[in-house]
Design a protein around this ligand. Structure first.
Ligand SMILES: [Zn+2]
Length: 411
């Protein structure tokens, strides 16, 4: 493991590496930590050549850059190395130079969160924990439950009662102890934090545990490698808690520091208008106020995000931008990705695509630029919103004449 220590994102104090440290001793929960790596040592074993000869088709091809020992990684669910599709149809209709879609709904539990969960499960085992816990709007929870189940750890999961049934069903099938909290995500998070402290579980809460963003950064490492280390001008990411976009920045930043990238792509942070605390903070000198959670994109409905500095930094230091999109635009993006590319994303999963449309209309993304959108989760997790986007099928009696008469099938 090439971890050298931690730096607080809030007060910038540095700490030596210690196994149990989660947040800054001075700043408490505000002091989300960055993990520091020994890039000189990593450079010796992690190069374009070593990657080219590595046949590992999961996040473990980047184990030199992960804050875990990675023992027995072959036994874990296969997470990562998801496809990056070029969308000729959408780049034509939007007037972009190139548009790629990274479909992270194809991870084992059908969301990008598997990248963090598998690293968390690996770490929990290394530290000797038997039970791992988190609060989640749904995907992190089902992801943790699945990855823990595979590796023989128990999971205790806190979800807000609004979590879609598909995600709750996954949790129960994976054998998690599911606590459905009668409240919003903030209350769910607070109950989970209190329970974790009381019972001493390993804490997978993405806002708190700094290794989560490091797991998620593997999506950026893959995008870079899949584009032969010449990434698109922009990478668009939907944002809830801020951990994912923070991780994406870390991934590109790692490669930049290792001399494998000449530039870091501009990051487009996309939120739903019904819950856009980061967009408002970016327009308010970085001061984040709690927001309502009023959007059908449940995975990014986080009114009180925890990874504030990591997310704001990701956009600021990559010279990116923030945009918000309506629920209608999200449903429209869902239809567009499904009907033109065969990709079925959940509302939060397709929000980044809606964000690109918005950023183009505002002139933030220029028409001669190239973009990668990250699709963070599968639409099968939230079928009721998918039906809202797609509408109902044509109902027909079992009779050919009736079908013909309906005019439903054209020539
Ligand atoms: Zn601090």
């Amino acid at each position: 493991m090439h971890v050298t220590g931690y730096r607080c994102t809030h007060c910038k104090r540095e700490y030596a590496y210690s196994e149990d440290m989660l947040t800054c001793e001075h700043c408490g929960d505000l002091g989300i930590l960055d993990i520091l790596f020994d890039y000189t040592a990593i450079k010796k074993e992690f190069t374009r050549e070593t990657l080219a000869s590595d046949r590992t088709n999961s996040i473990w091809r980047y184990r030199a850059l992960l804050p875990v020992e990675g023992h027995n990684w072959e036994q874990f669910l296969r997470v990562g190395w998801t496809p990056l599709y070029r969308s000729h149809a959408l780049e034509r209709s939007l007037g972009l130079k190139a548009l790629y879609i990274k479909d992270d709904g194809l991870n084992p539990t059908a969301s990008l969160k598997d990248r963090a969960s598998v690293v968390a499960v690996s770490r929990a085992r290394e530290l000797g924990y038997k039970t791992i816990a988190c609060s989640s709007t749904g995907n992190a929870a089902s992801s943790l439950a699945g990855n823990a189940s595979r590796m023989g750890l128990k999971s205790v999961i806190f979800v807000p009662e609004r979590a879609p049934k598909g995600k709750v069903a996954q949790l129960l099938i994976f054998g998690a102890n599911v606590i459905s909290v009668q409240g919003n995500y903030r209350q769910t998070f607070e109950l989970s934090a209190a329970a974790i402290e009381k019972w001493g579980f390993y804490n997978r809460n993405a806002g708190i545990n700094p290794i989560m963003a490091e797991g998620k950064k593997t999506a950026a490492l893959e995008i870079a490698e899949q584009l032969c280390f010449n990434p698109t001008d922009w990478v668009a990411v939907s944002v809830g808690d801020g951990c994912t976009i923070g991780g994406i920045y870390n991934g590109f930043n790692d490669l930049y520091k290792l001399g494998l990238l000449e530039r870091i792509p501009k990051l487009l942070g996309v939120q739903s208008s019904g819950c856009a605390p980061f967009v408002k903070a970016a327009n308010n000198n970085g001061k984040l106020e709690p927001a309502e959670e009023n959007t059908l994109a449940d995975s990014i409905a986080v009114g009180v995000p925890r990874n504030v500095e990591k997310a704001l930094r990701a956009v600021r230091e990559s010279f990116g931008a923030w945009v918000e999109v309506s629920d209608e635009a999200i449903l429209s993006a869902m239809r567009t990705l499904g009907s033109t590319e065969g990709i079925f994303g959940e509302p939060a999963g397709v929000a980044a695509t809606a964000g690109v449309v918005e950023a183009l209309s505002k002139g933030l993304i220029k028409q001669n630029e190239s973009v990668t959108v990250l699709c963070t989760g599968s639409g099968l997790k939230d079928v009721s919103n998918a039906m809202l986007a797609a509408g109902e099928p044509f109902s027909c009696p079992p009779d050919l004449h009736a079908l013909e008469k309906s005019g439903r099938i054209g020539k």
